[in-house]
Design a protein around this ligand. Sequence first.
Ligand code: NI
Length: 249
Amino acid sequence: MLTDTHCHLFKEYFSDLDKVIKDANDVGVMRFISASDNLKSIDEMIDLSYKYDNVYIAIGIHPENCEEDLRELEKVLESNKSNKKIVAIGEIGLDYYYGKETRDRQLEVFDYQLSLAEKYNLPVVIHSREATLDTINCLKNHNVRGVIHCFSGSKETAFEYIKMGFYIGVGGVMTFKNSKLDETIKELPLDRIVLETDSPYLTPEPFRKYSNEPKYIRTIAEYLSRIKNIDISEVEKVTENSVSEIFFI
Ligand code: NI
């Protein structure tokens, strides 16, 4: 069994979600953590958590949407306290590739959401692009753990996150021919890696011409087993164990 620890199962991307889930189940991808990126998608994800037994959700405001009202987010968390399908705050973080000019607001929103994670005792799913130093500094101000989603940094950065108790989320980018990311991932301990698609983005090779779907977690797991030169059953066992440790599912 495998879990897609990070996907965006939004209606605007997937018109037939029943089929997407069935196609994933058919290749042993049995659980999904669907991450929101703004207030509207949070509502949609909450509906989804009731509709599908095996869809868990992360709720949070992505740095690209940092102008949204944070009090609304806290209201949603408070009124959904009994919803056990909310397994993380995410995806949250800092993006200086797209939003350098909103840096101050991003930092404020990130910090606030890290406080919410502490308050509600939830792990975090972190988006960090061209913002490693600020990300690490913010995380150090809080007692939080979770996943560095779509990790693409250096080996040293990965080990810094691991030392802080974080897990490294790996997906399609690792399979891209010129990414060189596989050389870094190969060096990381398997028990600190979790698998993710980030569907509908970043489809792994050799399927890049298609939109990404959770079923490609199988492709990602196979790729990881090849670069680490281990059996796929080992990848399944160890990454599933990490999923339980992080998200309590
Ligand atoms: Ni994402």
